[in-house]
Design a protein around this ligand. Structure first.
Ligand SMILES: C[S@@+](CC[C@H](N)C(=O)[O-])C[C@H]1O[C@@H](n2cnc3c(N)ncnc32)[C@H](O)[C@@H]1O
Length: 286
């Protein structure tokens, strides 16, 4: 069996051509070989280097999953977020670059020392872990309804040496959530994809990412925002801040919701694609 990098690369290209564009394909080839310990330079410089038999067999299984449309991040088990590695599996949403913008917004706005923060719907823990690492003395609590997501997030906190408290709770059903009050910041990237949006989504998201993390009913697209804003009213100290990642289709509606709930300094922020993607607001005790 030819297990040289040169042969393996042509094998990969052949098997994955139906799934990826030629440009994506080169990136995927590099990332897969990196998973087996070969840097890009080595892949280019040493075409005769060989994969071990065990690695070769593992690679074949990975190629099959990729050819079936599974996202690369689930297949290699990692996604990078804010320059940190996060373990991901099908129990958690793959962290997105837009969410890095949300984290940067919070880090830039957070002026209080050792802030107390809650991340609602933590998934892989990408927001909670990043804030715990990037904000000095931050005390972060992360909530999710999914026990398996909490397990992944806990592992990510450990792997990245971040101090985060985890709480499993259904924020829509539980009335007595155990989250410390007097918070400085509440953040959430809740489920926000409507049934209508579903038609425009690619199959590899629909077939592989957890629907619990993605979808809200068409009839009430702001369901999670309303509930989290209610919780934020209870949890935040006066002057505390609320940050949301939002569905680009509901920017003005989310702002209106927070105005109706008497939040102050409400701002709608665009992402790098110039789409409405984040909302921030301040809670002053009334
Ligand atoms: C869009 S994902 C965000 C994950 C992660 N924070 C991120 O930005 O990549 C939404 C998360 O909310 C969680 N979730 C859904 N319904 C929930 C509920 N009723 N109570 C608490 N968390 C919930 C899901 O399990 C999922 O992890």
């Amino acid at each position: 069996m030819d297990r040289t990098l040169a042969f393996i690369q042509s094998e990969m290209r052949r098997q994955l051509a139906p799934v990826y564009s030629p440009r994506e394909l080169q990136q995927v080839v590099f990332e897969l070989l990196e998973h087996f310990g070969f840097t890009r330079v080595q892949v280019i410089a040493y075409p005769d280097a060989k994969l071990s038999e065990t690695d070769y067999e593992q690679l074949q299984l990975m190629l099959k999953r990729l050819a079936d449309g599974e996202p690369l991040q689930y297949v290699v088990g990692t996604e990078w977020f804010m320059d940190m590695p996060f373990s991901v599996c099908r129990d958690v949403l793959i962290p997105r670059p837009e969410t890095e913008e949300l984290v940067r917004l919070i880090v830039g706005r957070c002026k209080r020392p050792s802030p107390r923060i809650a991340d609602v719907g933590t998934g892989s823990g990408c927001i909670a872990v990043s804030l715990a690492k990037l904000i000095d003395g931050a005390q972060v609590t992360a909530v999710d309804v999914s026990a398996s997501a909490i397990e992944v997030a806990r592992r990510n906190a450990e792997q990245n040496s971040a101090q985060v408290e985890f709480v499993r709770a259904d924020i829509l059903a539980d009335n007595q959530l155990f989250v410390p009050s007097s918070l400085d910041i509440v953040v959430s990237n809740p489920p926000y994809v409507t049934e209508t949006d579903k038609n425009q989504m690619s199959r590899n998201v629909l077939d592989f990412e957890p629907h619990l993390a993605l979808f809200v009913p068409d009839a009430d697209p702001l369901l999670f925002y309303r509930r989290i804003a209610e919780l934020a009213q209870q949890w935040l100290k006066s002057g505390g801040m609320l940050f949301f990642e939002i569905n680009e289709r509901f920017g003005p509606e989310t702002v209106q919701l927070l105005e109706n709930m008497r939040f102050d300094n409400i701002e709608l922020h665009r992402d790098f694609y110039e789409k409405n993607r984040m909302v921030s607001a301040v809670w002053n005790a009334k």
